[in-house]
Each structure stands twice: as structure tokens, then as C-alpha cells.
Write a protein that binds this ligand. Sequence first.
Ligand code: FES
Length: 699
Amino acid sequence: MWAEGDFQMNSPANITDPLILFMPSGKRGRFPVGTPVLDAARQLGVYVESVCGGRATCGRCQIEVQEGNFAKHKIVSSNDHISPKGPKEERYERIRGLPEGRRLSCSATVQGDLVVDVPQDTVINAQVVRKAAVDRHIERDPAIQLCYVEVEEPDMHKPLGDLDRLKRVLEKDWGWKDPLIAPHLIPQVQGMLRKENWGVTVAIHRDMDISRPFIISMWPGLKNEAYGIACDIGSTTIAMHLVSLLSGRIVASSGTSNPQIRFGEDLMSRVSYVMMNPDGREAMTVAVREAVNSLIGKVCEEGGVSRYDILDAVFVANPIMHHLFLGIDPTELGQAPFALAVSSALQYWAHDLDIDINRGARLYTLPCIAGHVGADAAGATLSEGPYRQDSMMLLVDVGTNAEIILGNRKRVVAASSPTGPAFEGAEISGGQRAAPGAIERVRIDPETLEPKFRIIGVDKWSDEPDFEQAAGVVGVTGICGSAIIEVIAEMYLSGIISEDGVIDGALNARSPRIFQDGRTFSYLLRDGEPRLVITQRDVRAIQLAKAALYAGVKLLMEKQEVDHVDTIRFAGAFGSFIDPKYAMVLGLIPDCDLAEVKAVGNASGTGALMALLNRNHRREIEDEVHRIEKIETALEPHFQQIFIDAMALPNKVDAFPHLSLAVKLPPKKNLSDDGGATDSGAAPRRRSREERAARRGRE
Ligand code: FES
């Protein structure tokens, strides 16, 4: 084989060999006529699955020839350039069926130039598959490989044991030299070999923390499917994907609430529970493992899969959940210096953590970045890859603790900010978690100061005639996180609150929706049942939360010596629903081209999925975590000043030039906390800093 670019170095005879280009990897090389396409793929390092070892019985090695003139690659590709179906392939097609255009790459040979597509949706056994829950292509190279072998029958004159002959054929057919075997399998070897006429499938784990391959499971005959789970243990929810390791397809995805909530709503209260109760750690470990086991049952039922066909599992979690799941006391994480018991990636036998899947299944946890920035943030980092970018990427996962990663391929820095539960609807009057009936969108007319809103589950706005009817029995129940951001941003845009976040009581003259509420003023969002009001206290709670996040981001920007970011990625459920424009009006995130701000959903879970489907991603994030610089924001001397500046909307000193192009920001107006208008200007020092910042923005 000659890889492209080697032409001048090699004999001219080889230049005439057919050229093969594999898609989507783009790998290419020249191979002699008659080379099986599977061999060509292997030699180029293109991952094409094979369980039966080229016997044309597993159907896992399917490829598709792309026909046409690929001028850019100087290849004219045609089905005439691949051998016709031989008897073995025809037999497979007759018995199992082959989709139109598909070929078995173990049987088909190269006859001329080819562009070959390695499809990502090879479906065997009419396996039920859902629409991909993760919208991305993950190149597969899983830690598990299924290998079918036919073992020589015993011979009185050759006293080699059954297992030893099995190992011998594994080396001959698959190149696995002297593999280790899980001890629980040894007593089963003889029975399995005899059950299907000396044919067995073994599952090799090729990514253990030892250099030798490891037989972790076995089945008599041809076993043509193996699964893995990717799991994200969050403080409030546990999310899981069940994935075919042989095709990469997500078979089922589901979530459940974390039962540890009964020990404490937030992370610190769970640490306190451990400190106060001698059996607290054990109880929480048992609770989370039971929840994981029942979630496995749920995804398996949905996917029509046996839980004992799950051979690999990858977990991500924040540091405290990570420790509790692994049975480690998290007390040290509750106080400075927030020492992790272990920060590196770990491998276990799933069985040792009471995870009820295949007896030989392995379990891998991604590394933690720091005491406050866990394996979940490592998963999100792997998924979004700031370290793979030329531009400066900000990745934020907003929860009760916001995790912030900022960087590019030169340098990545990370921090966490204690935003508290305000964005999740807690601490806000009328606030609630996102659920049907919760207000999710809000607009306020700047002239009349009248609001309109939309609730989850209903497409109509509240000022449309049949809204009440559409809202039906659920009705309006409260305000969720995305709407809290919108309502406060809209109150600012319509002049109801000043840049300092004070509700302007003088507007009572214009609208009864602004009314005196004790010593301060409130805004009536909805009359009726429930009556929903935005109080001065609510505005303050959101200001504190957003200032905590922004201050963390700003400190990281200072570390990177940049005054703007190029792209922003919002990870997590919260990020999926917030409108980037409103997040920026509020000053939750720094100024950025709005087209470059994207929600990426559960990026931690996607990172876990990547590590499950490709072991190289495990090495990638293990290496990257060592390079990420962790910043302890609270220890930075000017954190307090940055935080105070960030209390203003969108910010006391920082300019928002991109946002100004998309939204007409109100002129500065300052009010005292009792709602009375005061000096319309800021303190002289701040005003000059603002001007400097605005000038920077214009530049
Ligand atoms: Fe099994 Fe081709 S490798 S059918």
C-alpha cells in the first residue's frame, strides 16, 4: 500500500495501482487489484467493523461505493471498479439481506479507483434505532472488539488446553497476542466451545490500564451485537445513552432524577449530610448506583436490549457526584483547597461498583479538571473542543455552579462560579423548574409596558385570542429560568429597571403594573391565579447570579489577555432554552457576534459518548486536562471589583458593541434602591471607564 504523497518515493509500478478514498475520514491510498476493501481500510487506519473475521457472516463490514467523477481527488469511481458479489456475499444477502448499494468489504475486492463510503448506520438484525440524539459524527474506535473464532478441536497428541488453543487462534486470526482473561470466564470456556461446534465470539477489551488485550466476555457461536452506556450524573438529573458499540447508533436515551436530592437539594448540602451522618456517604452511594441501575433497565427496555449485552460504560459527573458514585468521601471538596481524592481518569470493573451489566463489563470515568470543575466539564470540553480552535471559545455550563472554560489551541483556562439556584427558578418569587405551564418567553411593550408571554407546551402568545383555551388544564404555573432572564432583560430594555437593576417607581404614573411593594417596587407580570410578580428582590437575585458568572468569565479573559471572545457555547439544559440575545442584554455573557453564540445541549453527555465510541478520545481528554490551567476566581485580588461592575445591566464598564448592533440598549439611567430617580450619570471614575470601554468596543 502506498499512502498518497509517497508516489515519488516508490516504484512506478505502484503508481498504477488503483487509488481508494474512504469517506468520511478522507484517508486514501493505492492498493493492488484484488485487495479486499476491508484490508485496504485496515491498512489506512479506517475503522470498519468486523466480527466474523471476513467469513461474510456478521454483515458488520458494510461499505458503499460512491459513483461519479471526483475531480478534486482525481478519481472516477464506479461500481464496476469493485469485484462482483461472490458466493459468500450472495449467501449473506440471501439469508440476511443487504440494503441497495451496500457491499461486504471483507468479500469485495479492489478492481479500479474507488471512493468508498463507510456508513454510520449499519443496521443488523432489524435493530430498533431512534433518531440520533446527538447530532454529530463520532468516528468509531471503541475499547471493545468482538472477535469470532473457530477453535481447533482437541487432539490427544497435542495436549494444549482449550483456552490455550482459543488464545492461539485469536493471535492467528486477529493478532491478539497472549490475551488475559477475566477469571470468571475460565470455568465456562470448555462448555462454550462445545456448544456451537468450536465457534465462539470473544469480547476483547483493548484499552485496559495494562498493555495486554483482555478477554472480558464470551458467547458460543457468532455474537453480533454489543452495547455501551454513556452516563452523565448531575446533581439533579442523571442522563444516559445506550449505544451500539458495533455501529455507533444511539439505541435509546433517557434520564431520571438523582435520588440524592432527598439528602440535600444542592451539592454542598449533600457534603454536609456526609459530614453529619456516619452512614451518609454509603447511603448516597447506594442511592445513585441504584438509580443508575434502574436507568439502565429503562434504556434497555426502550431499546429492546439485554442489560448483559452492555460491555462498556463511560461516566461523567461533577466532582462531588463523581466521588459519591465511586464510593469516595467528598468531605474535602466542601472546603478550601477543594482537594479531589483522585483527578485522573479511572477504570473499574463495573461489577465492583455494583453496576448490573455484563459480568466482565468495564467502566471508565473521565478525568476531573479541578476540585470545582469536574469530569462533566471535561466531557463538555472534549465535546466542544476549545483546544481544537484557532479562535477564542468560551464554553459555559450554567447550573447552580457554573463551569467556565475559555481558550483556543494555544491555551485553555477554566474556573467555576457559584451562580446559585436563581437561574433554575429557585429564590425567585413565582420561579419554577422548566415544566409544562411554566412561562418560557416574555416580551414587554416599551410604550405601554404591557407584557405578553408564552408557556412551555403552548405555541401561542398570551395576548392571542385563544391562548387561555390552548393553555388548557395545565394553565400558567410559574416562571422558569429562560423566562427569568428574558423578563429582566425586557424590563431593562423597556426602561422599567435601570442599568443598576432598580425598578423605576416613577413609572407607576404610566402603568399600574409597576407598584409599590413595601419599601421597593415590583412589576406585575400576570394577574390572576397564580399572580406572578417580579420583585426588586428577584432582580437582585438574578443580578448576583449573573455577576458571579460574568466575573468568572472576565477573570479568565484577563488570564488569556483578551478583551473579547470569538465564540460562545452554552452547555446544559438551561443553555438550550435561553435566548443568547437576552443573556447578553442581561450581561450574563460577554459581548460576541450573536451568530457565534450557540446552545450545545448536554455537552458533558456527548463527551462521554465520544469517549465510549472512540478510545482515542479518552487519551485526548486525559492529555488535555493536564494542560488546562485552573483559576480559583475567589482568590483573585480584584474579583470583587469585577463582580460589582458586573452587577449592572449589561455591565458597568464593559462595552457590548455587537449587542448594540442587534438591540437598542436604553440610555444610562441610575435610580436609588427605593425607586426614586437620582443623578442620571454614574460616578466620575466609572463614567470614564465606560467611555474607555465603549471606545475599545468601537475599535
Ligand atoms: Fe463479517 Fe464481512 S467481516 S461480514
